[in-house]
Design a protein around this ligand. Sequence first.
Ligand code: SF4
Length: 308
Amino acid sequence: MSFPYRKASSYFREKFGARVYRVAVDAGFTCPNRDGTLARSGCIFCDEEGSRATYVNPHVSIKEQVLDGIEKLKRSYKAEKFIVYFQSYSNTYASVDKLHKIYHEGLSAHPDIIGISVSTRPDLLGEEVLDLLAEIRNNYFVMLEIGVQSFNYRSLIKSRRFHTVADTIDAILRAKKRNLNVVAHIILGLFDEIEPEAIDGGRILSVMGVDGVKIHHLYVIKGTDLEILYKRGRIKVYENPEDFARLVVRFLENLRPDMVIHRVQGFASTERLVAPLWSSDKHIIARLVESIMKEKGTYQGKLYRYRV
Ligand code: SF4
């Protein structure tokens, strides 16, 4: 049996014929959920430190960050081609002129760069921003990473997201209208989301034509509001990695077979982590998912039955 789900590394190799890696940069963006436009405290699970790759130095220019990242990725992983990953905070939160300048600074930093990946909130994708990304897509690979998190409205409220489910659907459909490669970030089983809803979230993303998913789990970091809630027993996390892996398997079985799976869990270092403790093992869920799927003889899309 071939690999039971479509891994991003295989997708990139098929598409570009090379070992493609994302080189993360911090372009100095903030976020409406932090600068007071919507709120100041941020989403309850926002891991400011963890959302930035450890090798990123936000105090130097984008070009320097890219060159430094490329050197490290070439040395450590024999990476051949690169996608500049605008990762930290909301990377469409600026005027279109400024975004144009920032994205092109990344794209022109090194000849082995083949595109950009832009991570943002669904309510920060106006028509002009999507047009800009579509224009860049004429010459480069463009991946748009949208923080969906959940289709459960109560979970969005508890998370202090300050955007609606309709904002998410609207952003995805308008991005797909421009044929952009859309990757949805999703936190399976977030707060009030029951497992059938989490699985249905994957079906919804599938029928909307989303190209890939980054699956996360909820984890608790020291010194956060989430830690207080966790210690008071007000929130649940998946304490047992097998339980989360089984949910991921069911999610994958119900996903469109061609969707690309960019990750299957989040990560937090031991020093900062409260729960679940397995979050400090970057690959535990991938190992469990692969073994459960092989044992069950199941695969991505096995239960997918929509035809849109
Ligand atoms: S929208 Fe993103 S960057 Fe802003 S607070 Fe939430 S998770 Fe953090």
